[in-house]
Design a protein around this ligand. Structure first.
Ligand code: ASP
Length: 616
């Protein structure tokens, strides 16, 4: 069968648009054959484009069209001229927006043929992701992917519109630059003109956006590509997109308000109405209540039971004095039999290993008259927390766990005095995930209440690095310490106690973004570099241009960056960033479609003054 030329033919509309009221109209549609059903005298083609699907009927009486429909196969590209007709009542398809009508073809053009695809874009579920990525153009034809990218485009546009209305300027910063300080490995680009020198791809526009503040732009934003050569996980990509912004003369509140504003606009673009302001808590509160700096507030928080365990009770129950006793409830896990409960407690104990933590079996404790008061008091505290989530009282289907430190448990582990909170917080999340099917709190229903946002503030400025025995910047080194901590001289005297003017925005236990109020004074910046173990020469070599810029009237400034990919992933209800990045890389950082990275020719290498040496 010969292919047809498009000629001057133009379509009258899109495949997903026709409704009952269009009956009787003559239309021209173009698209892909989604499915084809041959009923002999009648051939049905489901014609698909980005907007949806229309059923086309080709009667054998339309001889030429019928012959072409006979030759058409899935994924052929066709044009149909025909008339819209209401379907008979019993043939309507309520599952399709266009299910009330069909188009009776008078003419059919085969604009292009298609090989039998390795998988059908008409199917919803395709198991093998490698095949999907290799034939990404086919994968992207699937309805689900089309809707993910339509959503992504709407979300990005909503954010742009909001920020522009708030007085932000969108300014591009270079991809070819020099090493930036986000702490990951750089992707390097060799210079042909300068033998032996390299550009680095930016890990973020951090330094540039700060310099734009020095330049007086006041409010900058960019939907910026960032590059980090890190070991990949399901929720990381070597190149990813940030909504990056910076503001001059801000209070933290200014940045929170703008961020809440653009997130509200972004979520509205996905049909979700958020309520602001978001919850705020300090890093210490997050650790104390959730055992983690990115709290998942879809489950009740941890509760401190330390006060209930008096010194006498601790002695009789063999609990270490002074260390925290923590409890939490995972609501709605179902009725666990005595043996299932015991098995669970044993499992938790095994996982604790010899770290010193133990589970206090409060169900057993309750049955012992000597401890009724204690167990009642514990249940009451746990129930108070549970009631913040649910109207009803504690039920037998709710699982409460109490963790105690055994005698001799160390207060600090790996220099970390908060380790017990973190360990119990991790257990809370593990059990939350284990019983997710039962409690249903992680299921996406698309309502605003599913999205629990929080700001976490007052992060520690420094992290102790046990390997190198140094203090590292917990954020990046341009983050300002708390003014009080600078004044009190803690930068030198007590690094572990210095708080940073840094903040994270967290959604359902995931860090969506982070930012900080920056250092705007050269003396403070130099001091921070020094306190991070950099000599003045080293600091000058790496960031000299930036230190110079700070000397020419730098306004106080601060900003934030949020991962756009991740926001869209959450809004799309997708489980991987690869579902919302058009051409993503695999966990091994390979683009399976274009097959990158690849070796290059000797000539190219020579131009770049490079020789490849295989490491032995
Ligand atoms: N540049 C930082 C980051 O990418 C964000 C910021 O401090 O604005 O994490």
């Amino acid at each position: 069968m010969n292919l047809d030329f498009l000629g001057t033919l133009q379509r009258t509309g899109m495949c997903g648009e026709l409704r009952a009221e269009n009956a009787g109209q003559d239309v021209v549609l173009m698209g892909w054959v989604n499915r084809r059903r041959d009923h002999g005298g009648l051939i049905f083609l489901d014609l698909r484009d980005r907007s949806g699907i229309t059923q086309v009927v080709v009667d054998e009486k339309a001889t030429s069209a019928h012959a072409k429909a006979d030759a058409a196969r899935p994924e052929y590209v066709v044009a149909v001229k025909g008339r819209v007709r209401r379907r008979a009542d019993d043939l309507e398809n309520p599952n399709m927006p266009t299910g009330d009508i069909e188009v009776v073809a008078s003419e059919l053009l085969l604009l292009n043929d298609a090989k039998t695809p390795p998988f059908s874009p008409a199917e919803d579920a395709i198991a093998n992701e490698e095949v999907r990525l290799k034939y990404r153009y086919l994968d992207l034809r699937r309805t689900e992917m089309q809707s993910n990218f339509a959503l992504r485009s709407r979300v990005a546009m909503a954010i742009r519109n909001y920020l522009v209305a708030e007085g932000f300027l969108e300014i591009e910063t270079p991809f070819m630059t020099r090493s930036t300080p986000e702490g990951a490995r750089d992707y390097l680009v060799p210079s042909r003109i300068h033998a032996g020198s390299f550009y680095a791809l930016p890990q973020s526009p951090q330094i540039f956006k700060q310099i734009l503040m020095v330049s007086g732009f006041d409010r900058y934003f960019q939907i910026a590509r960032c590059f980090r050569d890190e070991d990949l996980r399901a929720d990381r990509q070597p190149e990813f997109t940030q909504i990056d912004l910076e503001i001059s003369f801000p209070q933290m509140d200014t940045i929170f308000r703008v961020t809440e504003g653009f997130l509200t606009a972004a979520f509205a673009a996905a049909g979700i109405a958020l309520t602001t302001p978001f919850v705020r808590m300090t890093y210490d509160e997050a650790i104390r209540n959730y055992g983690i700096d990115k709290p998942d507030m879809r489950l009740p928080a941890m509760v401190s039971l330390s006060d209930l365990l008096t010194p006498e009770l601790r002695t009789t129950l063999k609990i270490e004095q002074a260390l925290p006793v923590l409890g939490f409830t995972i609501p709605g896990v179902g009725d666990l039999s005595t043996s299932a409960r015991k098995k669970l407690v044993d499992e938790i104990r095994t996982n604790f290993g010899d770290c010193g933590l133990d589970v206090l079996d409060i169900v057993r404790l309750r049955s012992n008259p000597a401890y009724t008061d204690l167990s009642d008091a514990i249940f009451k505290k746990l129930e108070d927390e549970l009631r913040k989530f649910r109207q009803s009282v504690m039920a037998s289907t709710d699982l409460s766990i109490v963790v105690t430190p055994k005698l001799g448990t160390p207060a600090s582990w790996n220099y970390d005095p908060q380790w017990i909170y973190k360990r119990v917080g991790a257990l809370r999340l593990e059990l939350g995930a284990k019983f997710a099917d039962k409690h249903g709190r992680f299921a996406k229903t698309g309502i605003a209440d599913d999205f629990k946002f929080a700001w976490v503030t007052d992060f520690p400025m420094y992290e102790w690095n046990e390997e190198s025995k140094t203090w590292d910047a917990a954020h990046h080194p341009f983050t300002s310490p708390h003014e009080d901590d600078i004044q009190a001289g803690r930068l030198t005297s007590d690094k572990g106690a210095v708080r940073a003017l840094a903040y994270d925005i967290v959604l359902n236990g995931t860090e969506l973004g982070s930012g900080s109020i920056r250092i705007h004074r050269k003396d403070v910046q130099a001091e921070i570099f020094r306190s991070l173990g950099m000599t003045d020469e080293e600091a000058h070599e790496r960031f000299g241009f930036f230190l110079d810029a700070l000397e020419y009237g730098t306004p106080p400034h601060g900003g934030i960056a949020l991962g756009l990919d991740r926001i869209v992933m959450i809004l799309a209800g997708a489980t991987s960033l690869r579902e919302v990045i058009a051409f993503p890389k695999t966990a091994k950082a390979i683009d399976l479609m274009v097959d990158a990275p690849t070796p290059v020719s000797d000539l190219q290498l020579r131009d770049l003054h490079l020789r490849v040496a295989t490491r032995s």
